[in-house]
Structures are given as C-alpha cells and as structure tokens.
Design a protein around this ligand. Structure first.
Ligand code: CA
Length: 228
C-alpha cells in the first residue's frame, strides 16, 4: 500500500488527515515543519506528499522547490482559499495538484487516489514512447528529447504534452485539457492551459525552430502528425 507523508504544522489537521488516510489503508508519516518534512520527503521513500504552504522554518513552496531538485515524488499542495499566487507558483514548481483549505476529506482522498493512479501508470514496465515533429517522449522514463537533445519539463508541462501527443491530429479544447491534465474542473481558469502551452512552445518550438503545438482558433490545441 502507498506511503503518504503529511507536512502540516496544524496538529489537529495533520492528525485528522493521517487518521483518514490510515482508515483508507495507506501508511503515513507526519512532519510539523518544513525542514523536517523536506528531510523525510527526500530520504524516506514516500509515494506521495501532502504539503501545506504556510509552515514554520521552510514554507511549503520552498520545500517543494528544494524537493524537486532531487525527487519527482507526487506532491499535492494544501493552500488557503483564494491564494491564487500560491497555486500558480506551486504548479509551476512541479506540484501535481492542490486542494484548498478548508477541504472536504472526500475531496482530498479523491485527489490522492487520482495522483497515485497517474504515478502507477507512469512507472516502468513496458516502454511507452510517443513522438511527433522530431520530438520523442519516453513516457516510461519521463524523458523528452528533440534531435537527441534533452528537454527539461515540469510535471504539468510533461502531462500536457503527453495528452497532446496521445491524441495527435485531434483538437483538444481548453476545457478538455483542464479536465484531463489538471484532473478536475478549474471552471473559468482555462488561461492556465494557455500559459502552459506557452511554456512548452518556449522550451520546444522556439528552441528547435519547429511547429509542434498548433492553435486551433476558438477551439483549442492540437499536435499534427503529417506522417499519419
Ligand atoms: Ca499551516
């Protein structure tokens, strides 16, 4: 069963989350400050981290920034409602998802299940490769290259590119991409998709002088594969 680390300084909330996770059969660990949490996340082999933003010693965003230098363990941020900058920063820095406080425990558990399932689908076994326009994605090893050169992508950028490459020659609407890549409905936040498409274009189209992601005006985005 998956092991989940809860980094949360409010003892009552941390204990509550831990009990609910254990009730679902997960093994849990708990840290009450950012520094201890970072140490545990880096060294104790967790499958998922639930990370509060407002933490003593190191705040959650700083924990995430440091953790991503050494680990791609899935992270769900726990943010204050309306802390839009925290959400955007967290996703930019490689958080897999976030839940706003106060949250219903069922919502948190649903996000945990989705995040763990995505991770399992990515774990090695069969090598799964997607490609278009000279860009090659090895889904199993989470690596993307173009003309043999490695392209460093954040988790969200990778997931978005994977979704587009898995649906070549099909136009995906912003809402579809939001629902599938961000895993639940960000109603009215479709500009998140545009922002991430821009990041991908900077890292791939601009750098290699290719046209990978096409904008279909009024509809969404698509990767074309002329060879199909
Ligand atoms: Ca806190």
């Amino acid at each position: 069963m998956a092991r989940i680390l809860v980094i949360e300084d409010e003892e009552k909330i941390a204990r509550f989350i831990e009990l609910e996770l254990q009730h679902e059969g997960y093994e849990t660990g708990k840290a009450h400050d950012g520094r201890t949490g970072l140490d545990m996340a880096e060294s104790d082999g967790y499958d998922l981290v639930l990370l509060d933003i407002m933490l003593p010693q190191l705040n959650g965003l700083e924990v995430l920034r440091r953790l991503r230098k050494t680990s791609d363990v899935p992270v769900i941020m726990l943010t204050a409602r309306d802390a839009v900058m925290d959400k955007v920063s967290g996703l930019d820095m490689g958080a897999d998802d976030y839940v706003t406080k106060p949250f219903a425990i069922e919502e948190l558990l649903a996000r945990v299940r989705v995040t763990l399932r995505k991770r399992r689908e990515k774990t090695p076994g069969d090598v799964h490769v997607l490609s278009a326009a000279g860009v090659v994605m090895n889904v199993s090893s989470h690596a993307v290259t173009c003309r043999g050169e490695e392209i460093a992508l954040t988790n969200k950028e990778f997931s978005l590119l994977e979704m587009l490459l898995s649906n070549k020659n099909i136009v995906l609407s912003r809402d579809t991409l939001l629902a599938r890549v961000w895993s639940y409905d960000y109603i009215g936040e479709t500009n998140v998709v545009d922002v991430y498409v821009r990041y991908l274009r900077q890292k791939i189209d601009d750098r290699f002088g290719i046209k990978l992601i096409h904008t279909v005006r009024g509809v969404g985005y698509m990767i074309k594969d002329e060879t199909q």
